[in-house]
Design a protein around this ligand. Structure first.
Ligand SMILES: [Zn+2]
Length: 280
């Protein structure tokens, strides 16, 4: 799915309308009445309104909004007025309640909630800046059932010191579940807050993906950041699918990247727990 693409349909239509007007001014004769209709058909309805509706999911009911450029927002169903107000302030567009979410979008959201990819799913991230888009695009790469710390996202998008900004961007993720911000945890490994309803719902979503939140908190409290295997001598984030395969007898806990490399282990190429430069 394309998350990073710029979406400015209103601006595009405005520019097209200006071109048409400029063209009309050069006409020597009055435009034929049928022209206006044809122009409108070409430009599309200028005041098209985005829509939203309620959708039932295995976890809880959601509000899902969409416009002509794809899914625009996902939110908890308990406060539709707040959902609408937030929508208007972020996108600058009104959103109206309709009877139901189109089948195609319902299936797409359900698939994303199961951690499946949805080829061709379009997400309209209007109102978000480039940094926020990059954070969300990177978050899309975290596999189902795994978590990564804020620091990892910051590092991966080339802003290693921007952990707080990463946290803020994730808290404002307009499409939770579709973009799995719940899979990003605090840099110390604790679960942390969650934009769409506090840490309890974050725990619930992670649990539904097979992550054990208590185990994550326990490791964080013990200061354990990475788990290595003494047979492969590779270290991972604890939730990496490679780490979960290590049997108890071969698990080696590490507190830092320095400890990992000091013990002669290297970083997993799948979960990339720390930059390889640190391994030198
Ligand atoms: Zn790994």
């Amino acid at each position: 799915m394309r998350t990073g693409r710029m979406v400015a349909p209103a601006a595009g239509r405005l520019a097209a309308a200006r071109d048409v007007l400029a063209g009309l001014r050069t006409l020597r004769e009055p435009a034929p009445p049928s022209l206006a209709g044809r122009v409108m058909a070409q430009l599309g309805p200028v005041d098209s309104v985005d829509s939203y509706s309620r959708m039932q999911t295995p976890l809880w009911p959601l509000l899902v909004a969409w416009g002509r450029d794809g899914i625009t927002a996902v939110g908890r169903a308990d406060d539709p007025a707040a959902f609408e107000a937030e929508y208007r302030s972020r996108t600058g567009r009104p959103v109206r309640l309709v009877r139901e979410v189109p089948d195609r979008l319902t299936r797409a959201v359900e698939k994303r909630m199961r951690g499946e990819s949805v080829p061709g799913l379009r997400v309209d991230l209007s109102g978000l800046n480039e940094f926020q888009r990059r954070v969300l695009a990177k978050t899309m790469e975290i596999p189902h059932g795994e978590v990564r710390p804020y620091a990892w996202i910051a590092e991966q998008i080339g802003h290693p010191r921007a952990q707080r900004a990463v946290g803020t961007a994730l808290a404002r993720n307009p499409v939770p579940f579709v973009i799995p911000c719940h899979r990003v945890v605090r840099s110390d490994g604790r679960i942390g807050r969650y934009g769409a309803g506090g840490s309890q719902s974050k725990r619930a979503v992670l649990q539904s993906e097979g992550v054990d939140p208590d185990e994550l908190e326990r490791l964080a409290q013990a200061g354990i950041r990475y788990i290595g295997s003494d047979t492969t001598r590779i270290a991972c984030f604890p939730t990496c699918r490679n780490a979960r395969r290590i049997t108890a007898a071969h698990r080696v806990p590490f507190r830092s990247a320095r400890d990992v490399t000091g013990a002669g282990f290297r970083a997993c190429r799948s979960c990339r727990p720390f930059p390889t430069a640190q391994a030198a």
